[in-house]
Design a protein around this ligand. Structure first.
Ligand code: ADP
Ligand code: MG
Length: 275
């Protein structure tokens, strides 16, 4: 599998393949409210297949809200409303008649705090999403192994798949959550500060996993860690909510541009840790 290869091998293999075209996510003019309060203002961003997009910016500027809008979790909050469009491979995920369970299967989410089912086995954690999304697999064992391998956890758990998810370390639990997300074959994986609760070693492991998954799944990651954004992402979007105005994207583009040659002085200040 691709994950068994070194990064250089992987690049060579990928270059020889036609990348799976699916998994492109485009947000257009997305605005969001909680009650009367507007928290996002006409946000537009293209998140491309095979790429990692990092969402950066200070707390409270709407990054998590934007992420929740991308897989229709925002609407679970009673006071929440929104405007604009989100298209997955050109199809509006908010179109009337579009099934929410289908949208959430295709666009997975990993949260800041690892949230495996603590008393459920590692094995059952991985397969837990299958029923909900109506997916059938001829070989569950093979699926579990594949997902745990892709999440970089297989070697650590293969001999104790029946142990409870809660028995793992924090970093392992987060990789288990990634494996669980992968089991339903998502095209997009949204990650909201997936390493904020983890130590540096676990953080590195997750970053490696992100790098490997990016070949197969479109990844959108919120991070407060500028070095992490620099290391893992191809594209960066800088969000800002100035003086009680709603959050907007100040600037987005290739990560190297955002860090080395930003167009907006506020971007330069933020990526250089000046606020
Ligand atoms: P970030 O992830 O960038 O820190 P959030 O998307 O969490 O920002 O929050 C954006 C704004 O929306 C903040 O002002 C926050 O207080 C507000 N907000 C977030 N969630 C809710 C909610 N469930 N109800 C009301 N306001 C919320
Ligand atoms: Mg947040």
């Amino acid at each position: 599998t691709l994950t068994d290869l070194t990064p250089i091998d992987r690049t060579a293999v990928l270059d020889g393949l036609t990348r799976r075209p699916g998994g492109g996510l485009v947000a257009t003019d997305v605005s969001a409210w909680f009650g009367e309060r507007k928290v996002l203002d006409r946000v537009g961003l293209a998140m491309e297949p095979g790429r990692v997009t990092a969402l950066i910016g200070p707390s409270g500027c709407g990054k998590s809200t934007f992420l929740r809008i991308l897989n229709r979790m925002h609407e679970l909050i009673p006071s929440a409303s929104l405007a604009g469009e989100v298209a997955l491979d050109g199809e509006d995920i908010y179109a009337p008649g579009r099934r929410i369970t289908e949208v959430r299967r295709r666009i997975g989410m990993v949260f800041q705090k690892p949230n495996p089912f603590p008393t459920m086995s590692i094995y059952d954690n991985v397969t837990s999403g299958l029923k909900l999304s109506g997916l059938k697999t001829p070989d569950k064992d093979a699926l579990v192994e594949q997902c745990l391998r892709r999440a970089g956890l297989w070697n650590e758990v293969e001999k104790r798949l029946r142990a409870p998810g809660g028995a793992l370390s924090g970093g392992q639990q987060q990789r288990l959550c990634i494996a669980r997300s992968l089991a339903v074959s998502p095209e997009v994986l949204l990650m909201d500060e997936p390493c904020s609760a983890l130590d540096p070693t676990s953080t590195r492991r997750i970053e490696e996993t992100i790098g490997e998954l990016a070949a197969e799944v479109t990844i959108v990651i919120v991070t407060h860690n500028m070095q992490q954004a620099h290391r893992v992402s191809d594209t960066c979007a800088f969000f800002l909510a100035e003086q009680d105005t709603p959050g907007r994207i100040v600037e987005s583009g290739p990560t190297s541009e955002i860090f080395d040659n930003p167009a907006d002085p506020r971007t330069a200040d933020y990526v250089n840790g000046r606020f």
